[in-house]
Design a protein around this ligand. Structure first.
Ligand code: HEM
Length: 464
């Protein structure tokens, strides 16, 4: 696809040339067991064989895993045949922390939790959050301003903090600022042991098997859940109820039993929204800033668009839809570096998937990172080229070939929230900041629950 030729159809000046940011070199053949464990613990993306980037369905004899990247088959797993494919690996991995909340439950237990939360994510509600997104970004810019121009900042950390501030201020406000800090601290501790937990969840390891880091992980879980419980008690004691997500969850009743959520269920959901609601957007912004630091030309194009749309004023709700190129860049960034790099489901009975026999217990891996770079569906897949998401191009795309937010009934409930948030925050940052990479730092994308840059994301920042 030629970006220059396409650009001429809807932009007065040619758009910058595509370039190739760091990507994983996949193994040519499946790895033997020892190599698999070693690589998986280092970075699960390193075990995804080359064939997965080229073929529709990949499986190897004797392994209860099938990799699926064909859009029609992904649709079957997530929508048409969803009763046969369950979220068991994700539930094993995350339920020690998130219990049976909206992300980690299934069936009717999931459905009413989803219906209870959905009204908070209607478009109108979301646009009222834009001033909060802008205010949180302004606080971050003020912190950056305290350091000399050109200072190196840990962008991954800064994006995590700012998106955490946003989720606290919009969906789950608490009068007690120390609660937020405690949650942030223990979430970091929990993730430290993440690599082994991932391996154990994928391998369905028995709970008695010793696991490196399990003790500190348990402590982190305890701290996290106690912090959220404290927040809940504080709210129960508050004189005035406010209409936020916590209020809605506290008021909800199970339509089958009529019972309200138990204390445990409330904690499960509050924690789910805290964690699912900020880590992912933080990674999307981190990788987008990296890509823009790599491409001052694209950063310049966005700055021009933002200046034209906002006239130099604060980003407001009515600007979001007009920031088309800014959104194209965010979408292309989430193609190249999907914040959730892998999804999976597990077959609960013998079944067939597009003519392929699947036995009960088989893990069906939907490797989002590889799907977004599949040779059959993306020309020059490793190139960063936001013109792929020009409206006329995007209209031709299958919703199962590009799915940073998943798909089907379990699609991310925060999708629109995240897109508005990322657009407002990126635009607010680019209004007065410039970013540059550090010589010699090539970030490797590592698949934890979210896609993290190994060694963080140090970037130099100049404020204008
Ligand atoms: C760029 C940002 C985000 C990305 C890439 C992302 C990605 C995803 C994905 C891939 C899933 C589906 C997982 C599966 O089916 O296995 C998901 C589910 C979910 N996300 Fe997000 N997410 C983002 C932001 C958010 C935000 C801002 C919130 C809340 C404010 C949120 C809350 C949730 C919840 C609660 C679920 C579970 C939904 C259900 O099972 O019904 N996410 N997300």
């Amino acid at each position: 696809m030629s970006s220059i030729a396409l650009a001429a159809t809807h932009s007065p000046t040619p758009l910058p040339a595509p370039f190739t940011p760091p990507h994983i070199a996949p193994p040519a053949r499946p790895l033997n067991r020892l190599a698999f464990i070693a690589k998986f613990v280092r970075n699960p993306l390193l075990v995804v064989p080359q064939a997965v980037y080229e073929q529709d369905v990949v499986r190897f004899p004797g392994r209860p895993v099938v990799w699926v990247t064909e859009p029609g088959l992904i649709k079957a797993v997530l929508l048409d045949q969803r009763e046969q494919f369950r979220k068991l690996v994700q539930i094993r991995l995350l339920s020690p922390l998130l219990g049976k909340g909206i992300l980690t439950s299934e069936g009717s237990e999931w459905k009413w939790q989803r219906q209870t939360s959905a009204p908070m994510f209607r478009h109108h509600e979301l646009t009222t959050f834009v001033p909060t997104f802008v205010r949180a970004t302004r606080d971050l810019l003020a912190r950056w301003r305290q350091a000399p121009s050109g200072t190196t900042h840990d962008i991954e950390h800064d994006m995590t903090r700012v998106t955490f501030d946003v989720i606290s201020a919009t969906l789950l406000p608490s009068a007690d600022a120390t609660v937020g800090a405690a949650i942030e601290r223990s979430a970091r501790l929990f993730q430290k042991a993440g690599a082994w937990s991932q391996l154990y969840a994928v391998a369905n390891a028995p709970p008695w098997l010793p696991q490196p880091g399990r003790r500190s992980q348990r402590q982190a879980v305890h701290m996290l859940r106690s912090s959220v419980a404290a927040m809940l008690h504080e709210r129960r004691g508050a004189a005035h109820a406010r209409d936020d997500l916590m209020h809605r969850l506290m008021q909800a009743h199970d339509p089958e039993t009529g019972a309200p959520m138990t204390e445990e269920q409330l904690i499960d959901n509050l924690l789910t929204f805290y964690l699912a609601g900020h880590e992912t957007t933080a990674k999307a912004l981190t990788w987008t800033l990296y890509l823009l630091a790599r491409s001052p030309a694209w950063a310049g194009v966005l700055k021009d668009e933002i200046a034209r749309v906002t006239g130099g004023a604060d980003v407001a709700a009515e600007h979001i839809d007009k920031l088309g190129l800014t959104q194209q860049v965010i979408k292309e960034s989430m193609r190249i570096y999907p914040p959730v790099p892998m999804m999976s489901r597990q077959a609960v009975a013998d079944t067939a998937l597009g003519g392929h026999a699947i036995t009960a217990g088989t893990s069906v891996v939907l490797p989002i990172y590889a799907l977004h770079r599949h040779a059959a569906r993306w020309p020059n897949p490793h190139l960063f080229d936001p013109e792929r998401f020009a409206p006329e191009q995007e209209a031709k795309m299958s919703r199962y070939q590009y799915m940073p937010f998943g798909a089907g009934p379990r699609i991310c409930i925060g999708m629109a929230f995240a897109m508005i948030e990322a657009t407002a925050m990126l635009a607010s940052m680019l209004q007065c900041a410039r970013f540059a990479t550090i010589a010699g730092h090539e970030p490797e994308p590592v698949a934890r629950v979210t896609l993290a840059p190994r060694g963080g994301m140090p970037l130099r920042v100049w404020l204008e």
